[in-house]
Write a protein that binds this ligand. Structure first.
Ligand SMILES: Nc1ncnc2c1ncn2[C@@H]1O[C@H](COP(=O)(O)OP(=O)(O)OP(=O)(O)O)[C@@H](O)[C@H]1O
Ligand SMILES: [Mg+2]
Length: 391
């Protein structure tokens, strides 16, 4: 099953583009499910029709789903819930209801991602299009398997052993929180495995990719570049960026002249940041994207002749690797010969110029303090060394 996850800053057009992608693919004869992991239920706005927690056919071959997170928690995590609520009760609070558990930060997204896995196992659709949350939330979740791995391997076995020893005494002492039963640890383990399973689905470069939706605006692009750096680090493949809401050529009113000029400038930054990843564009329409025909128009603009479900790019615009004491950033540029390399760095931002090629990336926060120590071209790729300023 092909899986495409759309993310990007709030309000840039993720839901519209996700719905448009699904519609175009369905009209080409595929069976496609578009699902929103966003509790705001905006897919039903995009389709201008009610959508429920069970997949519903909106048009031939096009299915849509908006999740009911509370129901999912009740179905799946009753054991965890009961443990959490016992602990809370011991702390003097009332029993925690599923609705309250559902309100914990990140829960909506988390269950959305678990639903991705469920559909993957179900194998009912040719493609699953995920309308994900704004970048920050999504990235936090996509990094979760890595972090949980550590927890499960290091902490869980210790807690479990400790619980075995202490439980007979602890449960008699009212002043201590009740120790979880083994079934709770087992539920935790299954939970972890489910999340790791989602990671496996989403990092499978043959079938899965992330697409970054943005507008040609400064802050939006900055967030997308940062997201790209982290997606790379966590090994998620980005196969396209979608620049939405560009002023169409037909708008010649001088009132918009500055907007147009700014958008042209920002398009350059986008190319320098993401090339060779394909950059798809859509114009600012003269109305909001409500209903099938509006979405079909958006899909034509975004994809033109491109097949929406194709994996449009494999590989990465850059890689960050550890190298001895420092790190190196490898730019996948089609560079044939050695030329003068211009390097500069400002905060987390690294600028590189080689002949007519210009690249700039935002480094992960943990590397922002390092300086650019030199560059070399090897096997047609540009390597930039990062090291402590003092070294
Ligand atoms: N190309 C476009 N032309 C005109 N209107 C658009 C275009 N793309 C999106 N819109 C409109 O902009 C608004 C926001 O779009 P959308 O809901 O798709 O963004 P989003 O990124 O999913 O937002 P959120 O972060 O809130 O989920 C909607 O009203 C939508 O109809
Ligand atoms: Mg949305």
């Amino acid at each position: 099953m092909r899986t495409i996850l759309y993310t990007g800053k709030g309000g840039v057009g993720k839901t519209s583009v996700a719905a448009a992608t699904a519609l175009k693919a369905a009209r080409a004869g595929k069976k496609v499910l578009v699902m929103s992991t966003d509790p705001a239920h905006s897919l039903s706005d995009a389709f201008d029709a009610p959508i429920g927690p069970d997949p519903k056919e909106m048009a031939g071959g096009l299915w849509a789903q908006e999740m009911d997170h509370t129901a999912m928690i009740e179905d799946n995590w009753a054991e965890i819930q009961s443990y959490v609520s016992t602990v809370f009760e011991w702390q003097g609070a009332n029993t925690l209801a599923a609705e309250e558990l559902a309100m914990l930060p990140g829960m909506d997204e988390l269950f959305g991602l678990l639903m991705v896995r469920r559909h993957h196992q179900g194998g009912e659709y040719d493609a699953l299009i995920v309308d994900a949350a704004p970048t920050g939330e999504t990235l936090k979740l996509l990094s979760l398997p890595d972090q949980m791995n550590w927890y499960v391997e290091k902490i869980l076995p210790i807690q479990r052993r400790a619980a075995k020893l202490v439980r007979p005494f602890a449960n008699r002492a009212k002043s201590l929180p009740p120790f979880p039963e083994d079934s709770v640890f087992a539920a935790g383990q299954r939970f972890y495995e489910a999340i790791a399973g989602v990671e496996e689905v989403l990092t499978d470069r043959q079938h899965a990719s992330v697409r970054l939706v943005m507008n040609a605006e400064k802050m939006v692009i900055a967030e997308a570049r940062r997201a790209y750096t982290y997606l790379n680090l966590y090994d998620y493949g980005v196969d396209a960026v979608v620049v939405n809401r560009l002023l169409p050529d037909t708008v010649t009113d001088p009132y918009f002249a500055r907007w147009r000029e700014a958008q042209e400038r920002h398009m350059k930054t986008i190319a320098e940041s993401f090339d060779p990843i394909p950059i798809l564009t859509a114009r600012l329409f003269d109305r909001e994207m409500f209903g099938l025909e509006a979405l079909a128009g958006l899909a034509e603009d975004v994809f033109e002749e491109t097949e929406p479900l194709e994996v449009l790019f494999r590989g990465a615009a850059h890689d960050i690797r550890k190298n001895g004491e420092g790190y190196e950033v490898v730019f996948n540029l089609p560079l044939a010969d050695k030329r003068e390399v211009d390097l500069s760095k400002r905060g987390a931002e690294l600028f590189v110029r080689v002949g007519t090629y210009r690249r700039n990336i935002l480094l992960p926060d943990s590397l922002a303090r390092l300086s650019a120590a030199g560059a070399s071209i090897e096997e047609g790729r540009l390597k930039v060394r990062l090291a402590d300023a003092g070294v």
